[in-house]
Design a protein around this ligand. Structure first.
Ligand code: 9Z3
Length: 310
Protein backbone atom coordinates (compact mmCIF):
# COMPACT_ATOMS: atom_id res chain seq x y z
CA UNK A 1 0.00 0.00 0.00
CA UNK A 2 1.36 3.45 -0.86
CA UNK A 3 1.68 5.81 2.09
CA UNK A 4 0.12 9.28 2.11
CA UNK A 5 3.46 10.99 1.57
CA UNK A 6 4.25 8.75 -1.42
CA UNK A 7 0.86 9.63 -2.86
CA UNK A 8 1.69 13.33 -2.41
CA UNK A 9 4.84 12.97 -4.54
CA UNK A 10 2.96 10.89 -7.11
CA UNK A 11 0.37 13.64 -7.58
CA UNK A 12 2.66 16.71 -7.55
CA UNK A 13 5.26 17.50 -10.22
CA UNK A 14 8.71 18.64 -9.09
CA UNK A 15 9.49 22.39 -9.50
CA UNK A 16 10.85 23.37 -12.94
CA UNK A 17 14.41 23.99 -11.68
CA UNK A 18 14.48 20.78 -9.65
CA UNK A 19 17.27 18.99 -11.53
CA UNK A 20 19.55 22.07 -11.36
CA UNK A 21 19.00 22.27 -7.61
CA UNK A 22 19.61 18.58 -7.19
CA UNK A 23 22.99 18.89 -8.95
CA UNK A 24 23.92 21.86 -6.75
CA UNK A 25 22.97 19.92 -3.61
CA UNK A 26 24.95 16.88 -4.67
CA UNK A 27 28.06 18.88 -5.55
CA UNK A 28 27.89 20.83 -2.27
CA UNK A 29 27.42 17.72 -0.13
CA UNK A 30 30.09 15.64 -1.85
CA UNK A 31 32.64 18.47 -1.57
CA UNK A 32 32.06 19.03 2.16
CA UNK A 33 31.76 15.35 2.98
CA UNK A 34 35.26 14.78 1.56
CA UNK A 35 36.51 17.45 3.99
CA UNK A 36 34.80 15.52 6.84
CA UNK A 37 32.82 18.62 7.75
CA UNK A 38 29.65 18.85 9.79
CA UNK A 39 26.63 20.05 7.83
CA UNK A 40 23.31 21.62 8.74
CA UNK A 41 20.20 21.76 6.58
CA UNK A 42 18.17 24.78 7.68
CA UNK A 43 14.63 25.17 6.39
CA UNK A 44 13.16 28.64 6.73
CA UNK A 45 10.08 30.71 5.81
CA UNK A 46 6.49 29.69 5.10
CA UNK A 47 5.11 27.46 2.34
CA UNK A 48 2.23 28.48 0.05
CA UNK A 49 -0.74 26.36 -1.00
CA UNK A 50 -2.12 27.55 -4.36
CA UNK A 51 -5.87 27.94 -4.84
CA UNK A 52 -5.55 28.04 -8.65
CA UNK A 53 -3.07 26.30 -11.03
CA UNK A 54 -2.43 29.68 -12.68
CA UNK A 55 -1.93 31.06 -9.21
CA UNK A 56 -3.36 34.43 -8.27
CA UNK A 57 -4.41 33.42 -4.75
CA UNK A 58 -2.81 31.09 -2.23
CA UNK A 59 -2.92 30.17 1.46
CA UNK A 60 0.31 31.09 3.26
CA UNK A 61 1.97 30.12 6.53
CA UNK A 62 3.37 32.86 8.69
CA UNK A 63 7.16 33.15 8.92
CA UNK A 64 9.41 36.11 8.19
CA UNK A 65 12.40 33.79 7.98
CA UNK A 66 14.43 35.50 10.68
CA UNK A 67 14.94 32.38 12.81
CA UNK A 68 16.39 30.42 9.90
CA UNK A 69 18.49 33.27 8.50
CA UNK A 70 19.97 34.28 11.87
CA UNK A 71 20.66 30.64 12.78
CA UNK A 72 22.52 30.10 9.50
CA UNK A 73 25.00 32.83 10.48
CA UNK A 74 25.59 31.27 13.91
CA UNK A 75 26.07 27.77 12.45
CA UNK A 76 28.68 29.18 10.05
CA UNK A 77 30.44 30.78 13.05
CA UNK A 78 30.65 27.26 14.52
CA UNK A 79 32.23 25.93 11.32
CA UNK A 80 29.22 24.02 10.02
CA UNK A 81 28.56 24.20 6.30
CA UNK A 82 24.99 25.24 5.59
CA UNK A 83 22.26 24.30 3.14
CA UNK A 84 19.77 27.14 3.44
CA UNK A 85 16.44 25.93 2.02
CA UNK A 86 14.16 28.93 2.23
CA UNK A 87 11.04 30.60 0.92
CA UNK A 88 11.86 32.89 -1.95
CA UNK A 89 11.92 36.54 -0.77
CA UNK A 90 11.93 35.64 2.93
CA UNK A 91 14.88 36.86 5.02
CA UNK A 92 18.35 35.64 4.08
CA UNK A 93 21.50 35.36 6.20
CA UNK A 94 23.61 38.55 6.12
CA UNK A 95 21.29 40.69 3.96
CA UNK A 96 18.65 40.43 6.71
CA UNK A 97 20.65 43.11 8.60
CA UNK A 98 19.95 45.64 5.85
CA UNK A 99 16.37 45.02 4.82
CA UNK A 100 14.14 47.86 3.61
CA UNK A 101 15.88 51.18 3.02
CA UNK A 102 18.63 50.45 5.51
CA UNK A 103 21.39 49.66 3.03
CA UNK A 104 20.68 52.66 0.81
CA UNK A 105 20.67 54.94 3.86
CA UNK A 106 24.23 53.79 4.62
CA UNK A 107 25.57 54.99 1.28
CA UNK A 108 26.77 58.36 0.00
CA UNK A 109 26.93 59.47 -3.61
CA UNK A 110 29.53 61.97 -4.85
CA UNK A 111 29.69 63.55 -8.31
CA UNK A 112 32.64 65.68 -9.38
CA UNK A 113 33.31 66.75 -12.95
CA UNK A 114 31.43 63.87 -14.54
CA UNK A 115 32.84 61.17 -12.20
CA UNK A 116 30.42 59.47 -9.83
CA UNK A 117 31.54 57.40 -6.87
CA UNK A 118 29.55 55.71 -4.15
CA UNK A 119 30.91 55.20 -0.64
CA UNK A 120 29.75 53.89 2.73
CA UNK A 121 29.00 56.68 5.21
CA UNK A 122 31.75 56.77 7.87
CA UNK A 123 29.31 56.07 10.73
CA UNK A 124 27.94 52.98 8.90
CA UNK A 125 31.30 51.26 8.28
CA UNK A 126 31.33 49.60 11.73
CA UNK A 127 27.89 48.11 11.07
CA UNK A 128 28.51 46.96 7.51
CA UNK A 129 32.07 45.70 7.84
CA UNK A 130 31.63 42.61 10.12
CA UNK A 131 28.54 41.43 8.21
CA UNK A 132 30.27 41.89 4.84
CA UNK A 133 33.37 40.07 6.06
CA UNK A 134 31.37 37.07 7.29
CA UNK A 135 29.28 37.05 4.12
CA UNK A 136 32.35 37.03 1.88
CA UNK A 137 34.05 34.30 3.91
CA UNK A 138 30.95 32.10 3.66
CA UNK A 139 30.29 32.73 -0.03
CA UNK A 140 33.86 32.71 -1.31
CA UNK A 141 34.68 29.68 0.86
CA UNK A 142 31.66 27.89 -0.66
CA UNK A 143 30.28 27.20 2.83
CA UNK A 144 26.64 28.05 2.19
CA UNK A 145 24.24 26.89 -0.50
CA UNK A 146 21.00 28.83 -1.03
CA UNK A 147 18.00 26.90 -2.42
CA UNK A 148 14.53 28.46 -2.67
CA UNK A 149 10.97 27.16 -2.56
CA UNK A 150 7.60 28.85 -2.78
CA UNK A 151 4.85 26.23 -2.68
CA UNK A 152 4.35 23.34 -0.29
CA UNK A 153 5.00 20.97 -3.17
CA UNK A 154 8.36 22.65 -4.06
CA UNK A 155 9.30 22.31 -0.40
CA UNK A 156 8.46 18.59 -0.38
CA UNK A 157 10.57 17.86 -3.46
CA UNK A 158 13.55 19.92 -2.34
CA UNK A 159 13.53 18.60 1.22
CA UNK A 160 13.64 14.99 0.04
CA UNK A 161 16.38 15.74 -2.51
CA UNK A 162 18.42 17.51 0.21
CA UNK A 163 18.06 14.51 2.51
CA UNK A 164 19.18 12.10 -0.20
CA UNK A 165 22.37 14.13 -0.63
CA UNK A 166 22.90 14.53 3.14
CA UNK A 167 22.84 10.81 3.79
CA UNK A 168 26.61 10.45 3.21
CA UNK A 169 27.27 12.59 6.29
CA UNK A 170 25.53 10.07 8.56
CA UNK A 171 25.65 11.39 12.17
CA UNK A 172 27.52 14.56 11.10
CA UNK A 173 24.34 15.87 9.44
CA UNK A 174 22.04 18.09 11.45
CA UNK A 175 18.53 18.99 10.27
CA UNK A 176 17.10 22.22 11.67
CA UNK A 177 13.52 22.37 10.43
CA UNK A 178 12.43 25.93 11.16
CA UNK A 179 10.23 26.45 8.07
CA UNK A 180 6.54 27.02 8.76
CA UNK A 181 5.04 24.21 6.72
CA UNK A 182 1.35 24.13 5.93
CA UNK A 183 -0.71 21.41 7.60
CA UNK A 184 -3.40 21.73 4.91
CA UNK A 185 -3.50 21.60 1.12
CA UNK A 186 -5.81 21.12 -1.84
CA UNK A 187 -5.15 18.07 -4.05
CA UNK A 188 -4.15 19.20 -7.59
CA UNK A 189 -7.16 17.44 -9.15
CA UNK A 190 -9.44 19.75 -7.13
CA UNK A 191 -7.70 23.01 -8.01
CA UNK A 192 -9.22 25.06 -10.86
CA UNK A 193 -6.91 25.93 -13.76
CA UNK A 194 -7.84 29.60 -13.96
CA UNK A 195 -8.44 32.41 -11.52
CA UNK A 196 -11.56 31.79 -9.43
CA UNK A 197 -14.29 34.17 -10.60
CA UNK A 198 -16.01 36.21 -7.92
CA UNK A 199 -19.07 36.46 -10.21
CA UNK A 200 -19.76 32.81 -9.30
CA UNK A 201 -20.14 33.73 -5.62
CA UNK A 202 -17.86 32.97 -2.65
CA UNK A 203 -16.01 29.69 -3.31
CA UNK A 204 -16.14 26.92 -0.73
CA UNK A 205 -12.68 25.44 -0.36
CA UNK A 206 -12.05 22.01 1.13
CA UNK A 207 -8.54 21.58 2.52
CA UNK A 208 -6.99 18.19 3.24
CA UNK A 209 -4.33 17.17 5.75
CA UNK A 210 -0.73 17.30 4.57
CA UNK A 211 1.23 14.08 5.24
CA UNK A 212 3.96 14.70 7.83
CA UNK A 213 7.39 14.31 6.29
CA UNK A 214 9.10 13.80 9.63
CA UNK A 215 8.05 10.14 9.53
CA UNK A 216 9.94 9.08 6.33
CA UNK A 217 12.69 11.56 7.10
CA UNK A 218 13.53 9.91 10.44
CA UNK A 219 12.80 6.33 9.38
CA UNK A 220 14.42 6.14 5.97
CA UNK A 221 15.77 9.32 4.35
CA UNK A 222 18.39 10.33 6.94
CA UNK A 223 18.05 7.77 9.74
CA UNK A 224 21.51 8.56 11.18
CA UNK A 225 21.18 12.35 11.25
CA UNK A 226 20.50 14.56 14.26
CA UNK A 227 17.02 15.94 13.56
CA UNK A 228 15.57 19.03 15.24
CA UNK A 229 12.06 20.28 14.48
CA UNK A 230 10.25 23.41 15.65
CA UNK A 231 6.76 23.56 17.07
CA UNK A 232 4.80 26.79 16.76
CA UNK A 233 1.67 27.48 18.82
CA UNK A 234 -0.36 30.49 19.88
CA UNK A 235 -1.90 28.89 22.99
CA UNK A 236 0.71 28.53 25.75
CA UNK A 237 -1.32 25.86 27.56
CA UNK A 238 -0.73 23.26 24.80
CA UNK A 239 2.77 24.24 23.63
CA UNK A 240 4.96 21.74 25.51
CA UNK A 241 2.44 18.92 25.26
CA UNK A 242 2.34 19.34 21.45
CA UNK A 243 6.13 19.36 21.27
CA UNK A 244 6.34 16.19 23.34
CA UNK A 245 3.67 14.49 21.21
CA UNK A 246 5.71 15.23 18.06
CA UNK A 247 8.85 13.81 19.68
CA UNK A 248 7.06 10.63 20.78
CA UNK A 249 5.43 10.16 17.39
CA UNK A 250 8.43 10.72 15.11
CA UNK A 251 11.20 9.63 17.49
CA UNK A 252 13.66 12.32 16.40
CA UNK A 253 16.02 14.06 18.78
CA UNK A 254 14.70 17.46 19.74
CA UNK A 255 11.66 19.70 19.37
CA UNK A 256 12.12 23.42 19.93
CA UNK A 257 8.80 24.89 21.04
CA UNK A 258 7.93 28.54 20.61
CA UNK A 259 4.95 30.83 20.84
CA UNK A 260 4.21 33.11 17.90
CA UNK A 261 4.00 36.15 20.18
CA UNK A 262 7.24 35.58 22.11
CA UNK A 263 9.39 33.64 19.62
CA UNK A 264 12.15 36.26 19.68
CA UNK A 265 12.70 36.01 23.45
CA UNK A 266 11.73 32.51 24.62
CA UNK A 267 11.89 28.91 23.39
CA UNK A 268 11.70 25.55 25.16
CA UNK A 269 13.92 22.60 24.14
CA UNK A 270 11.93 19.40 24.52
CA UNK A 271 13.93 16.16 24.38
CA UNK A 272 13.20 12.63 25.61
CA UNK A 273 15.04 13.39 28.86
CA UNK A 274 13.75 16.88 29.76
CA UNK A 275 12.43 20.34 28.84
CA UNK A 276 14.82 23.28 29.08
CA UNK A 277 13.82 26.91 28.63
CA UNK A 278 16.03 29.49 26.92
CA UNK A 279 14.94 33.08 27.43
CA UNK A 280 16.40 36.53 26.89
CA UNK A 281 15.92 39.41 29.32
CA UNK A 282 14.40 42.70 28.10
CA UNK A 283 17.82 44.26 28.45
CA UNK A 284 19.49 41.62 26.27
CA UNK A 285 16.84 42.16 23.61
CA UNK A 286 17.38 45.93 23.71
CA UNK A 287 21.12 45.37 23.32
CA UNK A 288 20.54 43.46 20.09
CA UNK A 289 21.31 39.99 21.52
CA UNK A 290 19.54 37.37 19.39
CA UNK A 291 18.02 34.23 20.87
CA UNK A 292 19.25 32.23 17.85
CA UNK A 293 22.81 32.63 19.21
CA UNK A 294 21.87 30.57 22.31
CA UNK A 295 19.56 28.23 20.38
CA UNK A 296 22.34 27.28 17.95
CA UNK A 297 24.92 26.93 20.76
CA UNK A 298 22.60 24.55 22.63
CA UNK A 299 21.64 22.57 19.52
CA UNK A 300 25.33 22.10 18.73
CA UNK A 301 26.03 20.95 22.31
CA UNK A 302 23.29 18.32 21.79
CA UNK A 303 24.78 17.35 18.42
CA UNK A 304 28.24 17.00 20.05
CA UNK A 305 26.83 14.66 22.67
CA UNK A 306 24.99 12.64 20.03
CA UNK A 307 28.19 12.28 17.97
CA UNK A 308 30.15 11.16 21.01
CA UNK A 309 27.56 8.61 22.04
CA UNK A 310 27.15 7.18 18.53
C1 9Z3 B 1 8.92 27.83 13.92
O1 9Z3 B 1 8.29 27.57 14.91
C2 9Z3 B 1 9.84 29.06 13.81
O2 9Z3 B 1 10.51 29.25 15.02
C3 9Z3 B 1 9.06 30.36 13.43
C4 9Z3 B 1 10.13 31.46 13.26
C5 9Z3 B 1 8.31 30.14 12.11
C6 9Z3 B 1 8.09 30.77 14.52
P1 9Z3 B 1 10.29 33.72 11.94
O3 9Z3 B 1 10.51 32.98 10.65
O4 9Z3 B 1 9.55 32.69 12.95
O5 9Z3 B 1 11.60 34.12 12.57
O6 9Z3 B 1 9.32 34.86 11.79
N1 9Z3 B 1 8.87 27.03 12.83
C7 9Z3 B 1 8.08 25.80 12.74
C8 9Z3 B 1 6.68 26.07 12.38
C9 9Z3 B 1 5.92 24.84 12.00
O7 9Z3 B 1 5.22 24.88 11.04
N2 9Z3 B 1 6.02 23.74 12.73
C10 9Z3 B 1 5.15 22.59 12.54
C11 9Z3 B 1 4.11 22.63 13.62
O8 9Z3 B 1 4.20 23.47 14.53
C12 9Z3 B 1 5.91 21.31 12.71
S1 9Z3 B 1 7.13 21.02 11.52
O9 9Z3 B 1 3.18 21.80 13.59
Amino acid sequence: MTSRWEEFYATHLPPSDFEDNRSLLKEFCDRHNKLAKRIVLITSGGTTVPLEHNTVRFVDNFSAGNRGAASAEYFLDHDYCVIFLYRQKSLEPFTRHFSGQRLLDMLDIHSTSGNTTISVKPDSVDILEPVLENYKAAREGGKILYITFTTLSDYFWLLRASCECLRVFKERALLYLAAAVSDFYIPPSEIPTHKIQSSLGGPSIQLQLVPKLLAPLVDSWVPHAFIVSFKLETDESILIQKGREALNRYKHKLVICNMLQSRRQRVVFVSLENSIEIALTKEQLLNGIEIEDSIVENVIANHDQFLTSS
